[in-house]
Design a protein around this ligand. Structure first.
Ligand code: SF4
Length: 343
């Protein structure tokens, strides 16, 4: 059983050798534990002031704040900021970034991952998970650029950055294979190493750590906000992730029916299915007819940001896709005995 005093995995890097320490925060349960473990290491090494935390916001696609039984529960971006502050990073060193594109008047405007999927014409797949790069990795990497330029001038050498992430072996084969420490980028301007300080933590230990933690975990991890039963979704990033489990997807569809319908619109117009094995159109029907977990709460998705997303996605669908949809038309799996996938 892990104690609240963070422990180190083997291969803890020498934090004093980095110019920028950059934990990547999300709303997921692993993120808070990672931040606690990492910040303890930064304090031990006396380099706390080199920490800038980052959250790559997925905007309307990530879990929003909800009010349930008179209590407000924070959304993903808010949770990331709360975690950063709770473990000692001042607000001016917590940076929320999001993907943007030039708007009609020349100013930059948020460009949602779903708009990108609609424009591209294909959903992300295991072999090409472009969503992670487009919506997260490249956005955070760009956000480092001003610091890299400034420090690079001062130091006269490539800036050394440590990217700290909360990935764990328990989350799947791909993550189990990923080393806890590796160099992910090296050029004349920057060297970026990646560290996964809680890679070996089991899921139960992470949940146990959250008992009495200074910041709550996301409401979506429970069967209903505040239930405290960990019977909600098993992950917390895009509400509708193409790599999520069937249960997570069915629950998310029931919690965000308007968002699910928008994904279905993209699927129907482009012809590519949400996943190789299931169309979201079939998942929506299955969730409504054959059973899905009780949502506990339903997000209205009726605000101006959602309307902007709908308009952006529909505008993208009016144009030719950048890629011909041709992947994953076969290999559908039945959702249940009474609700087979429709070809
Ligand atoms: S949550 Fe899923 S769909 Fe969203 S960016 Fe991450 S991998 Fe892609």
């Amino acid at each position: 059983m892990p104690s609240r005093t963070p422990r180190r995995s083997s291969g803890t890097p020498d934090l004093t050798s980095y110019d920028l320490l950059a934990p990547q925060l999300s709303g997921g349960k692993d993120s808070a534990v990672t931040m606690a473990v990492f910040m303890q290491s930064a304090r031990d090494a006396g380099v706390e002031e080199r920490v800038f935390s980052y959250h790559s916001s997925l905007g309307v696609l990530e879990w929003p704040a909800v009010v349930f039984d008179g209590t407000r529960y924070p959304g993903v971006s808010e949770l990331a900021a709360l975690r950063s502050a709770a473990f000692g990073v001042p607000p001016e060193r917590h940076i929320e970034v999001t993907r943007t594109l030039p708007g009609p008047d020349g100013t930059r405007m948020p460009h949602s991952l779903l708009t990108e999927i609609a424009a591209y014409g294909r959903f992300p797949r295991m072999g090409s998970p472009y969503c992670r790069k487009a919506a997260k990795e490249s956005v955070v990497s760009s956000a480092w650029t001003p610091i890299v330029r400034r420090l690079g001038r001062e130091l006269g050498r490539p800036v050394r950055i440590l990217k700290v992430m909360g990935l764990r072996s328990d989350e799947g084969t791909e993550r189990r294979k990923r080393p806890a420490f590796r160099t992910v980028q090296a050029n004349s301007a920057r060297t970026v190493d990646e560290w996964l300080p809680i890679k070996d933590w089991p899921t139960d230990a992470v949940k146990e750590w959250h008992t009495g933690a200074p910041v709550p975990y996301s409401w979506t991890d429970d069967s209903a906000p505040g239930a405290g039963d960990w019977a909600g979704t098993s992950r917390c990033s895009c509400s509708l992730c193409v790599f999520a489990s069937k249960r997570d997807l069915l629950l998310s569809i029931r919690r965000r029916p308007r968002l699910a319908d928008l994904y279905a619109e993209v699927e129907q117009v482009r012809g590519d299915s949400f996943r190789p094995d299931w169309r979201i159109t079939d998942l929506i029907r299955h969730a409504g007819q054959c059973g899905a977990p009780d949502p506990g709460v339903i997000c209205p998705d009726d605000g101006p940001e959602f309307t902007t997303l709908v308009n952006q996605v529909r505008a993208a669908l009016q144009k030719e896709p950048r890629k011909e949809p041709q992947l994953a038309r076969e290999n559908r799996r039945a959702l249940c005995d009474g609700c087979t996938a429709h070809h």
